[in-house]
Design a protein around this ligand. Structure first.
Ligand code: BG6
Length: 485
C-alpha cells in the first residue's frame, strides 16, 4: 500500500460558534447560534429530542431578550477567542499541517447589512490566521458554518430572501480582500445540505412562521447554491489561483438487502441527501433527478434569469465532506432506527454504534471517497471526522483508547482510498479540541484530542489537557500515517 503523500494535509477542525465564545465582545453582533437554548439539567431523552430542533418564534424572541450565557452554550464556547494562542501552540505540538475553522460573519459585519466591516473582527482573524502560519499550519477557512447575523433574520427573513445573497457576497469579498493572503483553502458553506436536515442551522428560518416549510427550505437552498457559486466567482476574480470548495455532510447509504427496491431506495437516498448538492456545486446545474424530487415534495423554486449561468460558470475547485457514520436504505419501514449526524436512520446490524447511536463504519470513508472521486474527479478533503464520546479526566489526561481505535481505523481506510487512486488532499479531524456539540449543544459530547475542562453548565476551569489520542495523532502525523497502531 502506498498510503499518504509526503505533503498530505493532516489537520484539525473547529467552528466559530462552537469554540469562540466572546459572543458580545470585539464588536461582534448577535448571531443565529447564540439563540439556541440548552439546559444542563435535561436528561438523555430531552437532550436527544432537542437535537437539531427547529427554531420557534417563542424561543427566538425569548433568546433575543436575554443576555445570559448559562442556557446558551454557544455564547461561551470554549473561549477560543481568548485562548487561541495557547490552543494553536498545542496544534503545533501535534504537528498539524492544516487548521480549519470558520469565520463568524457577525464579527465581520455585526448586522450583516452594515456599510463597512468591523475592524476589530478583521484584526482578530488576521491575528488568528497569522498565528496558524507562524506555527506551521495552513488555513482552511469556512466562510459560513451555520451562524448568520440575527439582524438578517429579523429584517430580511434569513436565506429565504434573495437579498441575503448580496450581503453574503459582500462579506466574502471583504474576506478575500482583507484576509486573502492568509487563507489557503476557502469553504463558502459548511455542509450545504444541512439546510434540509436542520433548517434553523442551515437556512436560519423560524419554523412556525413558514406556511410551506419544504418550499422555503429549497428556496433557501437555491439561494445558498447561488451564493456558493458567487463566492467561487469572487474568489477567482480577487484571488486568482485560489482554491474554493464545496462541502456536504456525507450520508453514506448501503442497500439494507439485495432486494431491488432497497437498491433503488439507496440510489434515491444518495441522490436526494448528498449528490443533489454536490452535483450543482461541481457540475454546475441541477441534476435531472431534482425535478422529480422537488415535484414530489410539492416544491417549486423561484429562479431569476441568469441563475443557470451563475451555477454553470462558477463550479468549485475541490469537494469536501464530513464523514461520521453510514446508514442503510430500504423502503421497508420495519427497521430499527438509530441516531446519526443531523438525521436518524435505519440500523445496520453489522456495525457498532457510538454512545450517541451513530454507526461506526471506517470502511464507509473509503467507499465514500471512491464514490465522490469517481463521480467528480475533483480533489477531495475529509473536512470532518471523529468520535463524540464521554471522556473522563483522570489526573492530567484522558485514556481514550476508543477514540484512538476510531481514528486509526478511519486513517487506515483513507490510506486505502489513496491507494485506490483517490486524490485526497487532506483530513481535518473534527473537534480537534473539545468544543460545544452542534447537535445536542452538550459540552460532554467530546471529540477532541485535547480535553477542555468545561462542563455542560459552563462549569470548570476551562484548562486544556492532552488526551492519549493526542500522542497517537502526533505519532500518526509524524510518521505520515504509517505508525497507526
Ligand atoms: C457536523 C457539523 O455536522 O457535525 C459540526 O459540521 C458538528 O458543526 C459535527 O459539531 C458533529 O456533530 P455534533 O452534533 O456531535 O456536534
Amino acid at each position: 500500500m502506498s498510503g499518504f503523500y509526503k505533503d498530505f494535509l493532516w489537520g484539525g477542525a473547529i467552528a466559530a460558534s462552537q469554540a469562540d465564545g466572546a459572543w458580545n465582545e470585539g464588536g461582534k453582533g448577535i448571531d443565529t447560534q447564540d439563540l439556541r437554548y440548552f439546559d444542563a439539567g435535561w436528561d438523555w431523552e430531552k437532550r436527544q429530542e432537542n437535537r437539531n430542533i427547529n427554531m420557534t418564534r417563542e424561543r427566538f424572541l425569548a433568546a433575543l431578550q436575554t443576555g445570559e450565557t448559562e442556557h446558551y452554550p454557544f455564547r461561551r464556547g470554549i473561549d477560543f477567542y481568548h485562548h487561541y494562542k495557547e490552543d494553536l501552540a498545542l496544534m503545533e505540538e501535534l504537528g498539524l499541517k492544516l487548521f480549519r475553522t470558520s469565520i463568524n460573519w457577525a464579527r465581520i459585519y455585526p448586522n450583516g447589512d452594515d456599510e463597512t466591516p468591523n475592524e476589530e473582527g478583521i484584526q482578530f482573524y488576521t491575528d488568528l490566521f497569522t498565528e496558524c502560519h507562524k506555527r506551521g499550519m495552513k488555513v482552511f477557512a469556512t466562510i459560513l458554518h451555520y451562524n448568520i447575523p440575527v439582524n438578517l433574520v429579523t429584517k430580511y427573513g434569513g436565506w429565504k430572501n434573495r437579498k441575503t445573497i448580496d450581503f453574503y457576497v459582500k462579506y466574502c469579498k471583504t474576506l478575500y480582500e482583507r484576509l486573502g493572503a492568509l487563507v489557503d483553502y476557502w469553504l463558502p458553506f459548511n455542509e450545504i445540505n444541512c439546510s434540509r436536515f436542520n433548517p434553523w442551522n442551515g437556512c436560519c428560518i423560524i419554523k412556525d412562521q413558514e406556511e410551506h416549510y419544504e418550499q422555503t427550505i429549497f428556496q433557501c437552498t437555491h439561494h445558498q447554491l447561488l451564493a456558493n457559486a458567487l463566492a467561487v466567482k469572487a474568489a477567482h476574480e480577487i484571488l486568482p489561483g485560489s482554491m474554493v470548495g464545496g462541502m456536504i455532510a456525507r450520508f453514506t447509504s448501503y442497500p439494507a438487502t439485495c432486494r431491488p427496491e432497497d437498491v433503488m431506495q439507496t440510489i434515491l437516498d444518495e441522490n436526494y441527501k448528498n449528490y443533489f448538492y454536490t452535483d450543482v456545486m461541481a457540475r454546475g446545474r441541477y441534476p435531472a433527478y431534482a425535478k422529480r424530487m422537488l415535484r414530489e415534495m410539492g416544491v417549486s423554486i423561484e429562479t431569476e434569469p441568469g441563475d443557470e449561468e451563475i451555477l454553470r460558470d462558477n463550479t468549485v475547485d475541490f469537494l469536501s465532506f464530513s464523514y461520521y457514520m453510514s446508514m442503510i436504505s430500504s423502503n421497508d419501514p420495519n427497521y430499527e432506527i438509530t441516531s446519526g449526524n443531523l438525521l436518524s436512520g435505519k440500523k445496520n446490524p453489522y456495525l457498532e454504534t457510538s454512545a450517541w447511536g451513530w454507526q461506526i463504519d471506517p470502511l464507509g470513508i473509503r467507499i465514500s471517497l471512491n464514490e465522490m472521486y469517481d463521480r467528480y474527479q475533483l480533489p477531495l478533503f475529509i473536512a470532518e471526522n471523529g468520535l463524540g464520546a464521554v471522556d473522563i479526566l483522570e489526573g492530567e489526561s484522558v485514556h481514550d483508547s476508543y477514540r484512538i481505535a476510531y481514528l486509526r481505523e478511519h486513517v487506515k481506510q483513507m490510506a486505502e482510498a489513496l491507494d485506490d487512486g483517490v486524490e485526497l488532499l487532506g483530513y481535518t479531524m473534527w473537534g480537534i479540541i473539545d468544543i460545544v456539540s452542534c447537535g445536542t449543544i452538550e459540552m460532554s459530547k467530546r471529540y477532541g484530542v485535547v480535553y477542555v475542562d468545561r462542563g455542560d453548565a459552563g462549569e470548570g476551569t476551562n484548562r486544556r489537557y492532552k488526551k492519549d489520542s493526542f500522542e497517537w495523532y502526533k505519532r500518526c502525523i509524524a510518521t505520515g500515517g504509517l505508525v497507526i497502531d
